[in-house]
Design a protein. Structure first.
Length: 566
């Protein structure tokens, strides 16, 4: 271990002209420790596994591994806006660990290799581990904060670190990955965040797995409710043929998992059940741009315990899923016992897109959305969901409430829209939405829409459904007469929920939705939006078609409810 800084007690005293680079190239050195009252100018080359640790007040403390007690103490490595901060070159069989560092002001625009202004890898298989660090204000063409290619072997691990104000310098065809561009697997855990990063595609993160097929994955486990933990105000713009993925762009990944609750990774538990993974005000604005929060193609994605708020895009305000692969799947679900809120562990609120205010999926895309809550989203078609080109969508045990009420800036023709596609809705509550034409719209072929065991009450929508494709409803409570619907009065609707104004959609014991339906035979749905078993039978209430309740919630008076509903 070697120490570096402006201190006579350091192994490398920078006041005498000695440098950090000299320490990094010293034979046998596996760790270098830095003190904080110095800016270490960039152009550093790392060609072997080692650790750089910052955040020490002086070199005596660094030798004894006594970190500074100053809040967020970090040692600064700067490119001074003229050069790259770190190159990792020809490194193999180990890890490069960067701990308690501020890596800033890298600029690779005028270098022979214009990628990775903060950190760049060349011909290296060493894993990259970044802990308790900030990567900020770096500018390059690709992967401005970090460009990483582990040659099919290495991977990136980020813990308790922040990426902010990184930007790709060109918004044309090549500008990708404002914060990170990776050909290799990426894991992000703890109190980590990405905010105010900008690129042509993948404002915060650009991931692609086609260079090493089947080996590349993305794992993100959220942290606490601290400022900027998650994805905030990242943006894509100006990319030729469309800017996609305001926060994250992913393609050809073997797997991707975004988790906002406690989760074990490599034997260590990260995350907190009380705080979801957050996507807030990310954008891909412009008519040809997609996925304000996330854009994925030829990849599968699992999301659990999340909140998407006020993201915006040309299509897919929160998520755009352009599958192009019949085997890929978007799965949004949660374990309600680990949920951060009582009803709807995944929330989509006030997102805006020309098509699919919250979610847009096309080209054989398959999606299954459960335990989710939609409100205040806006779009020309499909304020919550729009699908097309042979997509298949299932919405289950979810709530759509007052969509269009808060955004209300586009035409808001329909809440759910399908073109040459099919969707199935079961055990869901879709109420008090303000579509200008219909709740559901299906056109151009496909299997249309099928709705089972749900509550569809939207007096301000002129129609329940419009379009050219057949519809099927089974055990659906609605606000109007139809041979396939169970019409209920305004009085009966007012008696359905405990307190819908405050988002408590538990059914009252006296609600007409209780013990109303038979189970759905084609799909086995075993739990409601709160994780309660479906099919609870109240012996004193007649069963119309069975013991299963309509809507997202199953009434059960034998249980004591959690948290605010005790």
């Amino acid at each position: 271990m070697q120490t570096v800084g402006p201190d006579a007690n350091c192994d490398f005293d920078t006041t005498t002209g000695q440098t950090l680079q000299q320490a990094l190239t010293t034979t046998g050195v596996t760790e270098v420790r830095l003190i904080i009252n110095e800016v270490y100018n960039g152009g550093f080359i790392i060609d072997k596994p080692l650790q750089i640790t910052g955040g020490y007040d002086n070199c005596i403390d660094a030798t004894q591994n006594i970190p500074s007690q100053s809040l967020n103490a970090k040692s600064t490595l700067s490119g001074q806006n003229t050069e790259r901060v770190i190159d990792i070159i020809n490194c193999s069989q180990g890890s490069v660990v960067l701990d308690s560092l501020q890596i800033s002001d890298g600029n690779s625009d005028n270098l022979g290799i214009t990628r990775g202004a903060g950190i760049n890898t060349i011909n290296s298989t060493c894993d990259l581990i970044v802990r308790n660090s900030n990567i900020s204000s770096n500018t390059g063409l690709v992967g401005s904060g970090i460009f990483y290619d582990g040659l099919g072997t290495g991977s990136v691990f980020i813990q308790d670190s922040f990426f902010y104000n990184n930007a790709t310098s060109n918004s044309g065809r090549d500008a990708q990955g404002g914060g990170i561009y990776s050909f290799s697997s990426l894991t992000i855990v703890g109190n980590s965040g990405f905010y105010d990063n900008t690129s042509g595609r993948g404002g915060a993160i650009f991931m692609r797995g086609d260079r090493y097929p089947g080996d590349v994955s993305l794992t993100i486990i959220g942290g606490d409710d601290l400022p900027n933990v998650g994805f905030f105000r990242n943006e894509v713009r100006g990319f030729l043929n469309g800017s996609f993925g305001g926060a994250i762009y992913m393609r050809d990944l073997a797997s991707a998992q975004l988790t906002g609750h406690r989760e074990t990774f490599n034997g260590i538990e990260y995350g907190d059940d009380a705080f979801p993974i957050t996507f807030d005000r990310n954008s891909a604005n412009g008519s040809s741009n997609r996925g304000g929060g996330i854009y994925l193609t030829t990849s599968s994605l699992d999301i659990s315990n999340s909140q998407f708020f006020a993201n915006s895009a040309g299509t897919g305000g929160a998520i755009a899923f352009d599958s192009n692969d019949p085997n890929s799947m978007l799965n949004i679900d949660a374990n309600p016992e680990q949920c951060w809120r009582e009803q709807g562990c995944n929330t989509f609120i006030e997102n805006v897109g020309g098509g699919g205010g919250a979610i847009w999926s096309i080209n054989n895309a398959k999606a299954h959305i459960k335990h989710s809550y939609f409100s205040g989203n806006s779009a020309n078609t499909g304020t919550s969901i729009a699908i097309g080109n042979s997509a298949d969508f299932i919405l289950e045990s979810s709530i759509i409430y007052k969509d269009t009420q808060n955004a209300n800036i586009l035409l808001d023709r329909s809440i759910i829209s399908a073109s040459d596609s099919s969707f199935t809705i079961l055990y869901s509550t879709i109420v008090e939405n303000d579509a200008s034409e219909a709740v559901f719209n299906s056109v151009n072929g496909g299997a249309g829409h099928t709705v089972y065991n749900s509550i569809i009450y939207n007096e301000n929508a002129p129609n329940i459904s419009t379009g050219t494709v057949s519809n099927q409803f089974d055990c659906v409570l609605a606000d109007r007469q139809d041979s396939q619907l169970i019409n209920i009065t305004a009085t009966e609707y007012a008696d359905l929920f405990v307190d819908s104004t405050n988002q408590d959609f538990r059914l009252k014991r006296s609600a007409v939705a209780v013990d109303l339906c038979a189970d759905v035979t084609t799909i086995n749905s075993v739990e409601d939006i709160q994780g309660l078993a479906r099919g609870y039978d109240l012996p004193d209430i007649p069963n119309l078609s069975g013991t299963f309740d309509a809507g997202a919630n199953e009434f059960n008076d034998d249980l004591i409810f959690r948290n605010s509903f005790e």
